[in-house]
Design a protein. Structure first.
Length: 157
């Protein structure tokens, strides 16, 4: 498991406490989870575009269709800035050698009664038959329980 991301100097929201050390990621022999940045645009774009039908089925009509590389870059920049501001946290799921994006994880505030965060995640369509989605879901539940301050996150799968 990797160490925590340094505390951001930007103002923080109430989503996590100012003194909470945001985990930099999570690593297994099969994959690595780390902060999503604009530097991931090409590999992320490939994963998203190749999995569009799966993502629409999973997340519904709010998921963007016909995404361009430029739109994806803007989206990644938004996620990176939110991470820096500590208002939400987007992680990319990559192969250990960083050659492929395998999916993404989003940890966000929620207004759902009884929940203090919502966790959304996906794996690319080509990985659905490998069991990666279930493996990731289990690892995320353990990771959030052990490393994050949330008492009752809502997992959307």
């Amino acid at each position: 498991m990797t160490e925590s991301v340094a505390k951001a100097s930007a103002p923080t929201s109430a989503f996590v406490a100012a003194d909470f050390a945001v985990p930099a990621g999570l690593e297994t022999p099969r994959w690595r989870l780390r902060m999503l940045t604009v530097d991931d645009v090409d590999l992320d774009y490939d994963a998203v575009v190749s999995s569009e039908a799966h993502l629409l089925a999973r997340f519904g009509p709010g998921w963007p269709t016909g995404l361009t590389r430029r739109q994806n870059l803007v989206d990644l920049g938004w996620h990176e800035k939110e991470f820096q501001r500590r208002s939400s946290f987007a992680y990319t799921l990559v192969a250990p050698d960083e050659s492929r994006v395998l999916g993404c994880v989003y940890i966000e505030p929620t207004a759902l009664p009884g929940h203090d965060a919502v966790v959304r995640y996906w794996v690319r369509s080509s990985e659905l038959e490998t069991g990666l989605e279930g493996e990731l879901g289990g690892a995320l539940r353990d990771w959030l329980a052990g490393r994050w301050p949330f008492r009752n996150p809502r997992f959307v799968s």
